[in-house]
Design a protein around this ligand. Sequence first.
Ligand code: RIB
Ligand code: CA
Length: 331
Amino acid sequence: MATEKIILDVDTGSDDAVAIICAALSSKIELHSICTVWGNRPLSQTTENTLRVVDMLGIGEKVKVYPGCETSMVATLLANRHAGYGGQRKSVNGGEEKSMHQETIDELPPAHTLPQDKRAVMHYVDTIMNSEDGEFTLVPVGPLTNVAMALRVEPRIAKKIKQIVLMGGGCRRSNSTAAAEFNIWGDPEAAQIVMTCGAKVTVVPLDATQNACINSDEVAELYKLGTPAATCVADMIKHRIEAYSYLQPMDRLDSAPVHDALTVCYLIQPDVLEQVELVRCDVDISGGIADGQTIIDPRAYTDLPKNVNFAFFANRDKFSDLLFKILRGEG
Ligand code: RIB
Ligand code: CA
């Protein structure tokens, strides 16, 4: 199987950290570079967290990190739309407010590798316009602001890249409002630009990721692998299980989805996703109660051309098995 040459776009974030580790360790992926974006945390923190993971992996010389956009394209212009950082928060029993993601990944030392001076948007434009057709796959797993801005600066990149595989959205699932998933809700306009840019787009939504949760028994097994990467993955998923237990309890209370890692794992072993269908998907940008919703047109004959491959399910056991294989250096 040929390797996928990817540019990963992250708002690190605990599941982004696991995605970076999977992309770096898998023999089926060439992790070319990483762009950071606002989202789970402000850009300065998502960039620091990304660099901490890069340093833990020892790949700072090979994999450069390009900071991207500080906020959404236009959503912040209307007060009630901004997603805010860190997704859901909640004060537990009236006490301290807990967020889904740590401000900094405290299990890792402060980063020593510096980010690039060049910004993510121009990194995308320059790298892709100087590449072979079909050379790069873009893997955005945060708000789509960087990718959308790059498409606005240079629309021709849509035809130059192989595909976009993004984590975001939901058909029957949401997490940030009754209608929307965080990455899309954070920048609905950016999401609509990406979904309709003309490139091959695969969407890995909550319908897939929330059906592929990793549980505390598996976390215990991850710790037993004993490597810095496996320990970091176990730490991240342990944090997620704690946060999900009071923010978004899953069917199995001691489990949590690892959205961004599943997205990367799809490129390593595509059958971790199931019920992947070509559909017509648009994003509500109206600013109302459905703002940021990914709307799938269920009709056989859609008014507009079908534009994305949408994964309506995932295979949890295959995802878990693959995660362990990657961390054992076999994936
Ligand atoms: O809704 C889940 C997504 O939002 C994940 O990418 C998570 O990291 C956050 O960015
Ligand atoms: Ca993310």
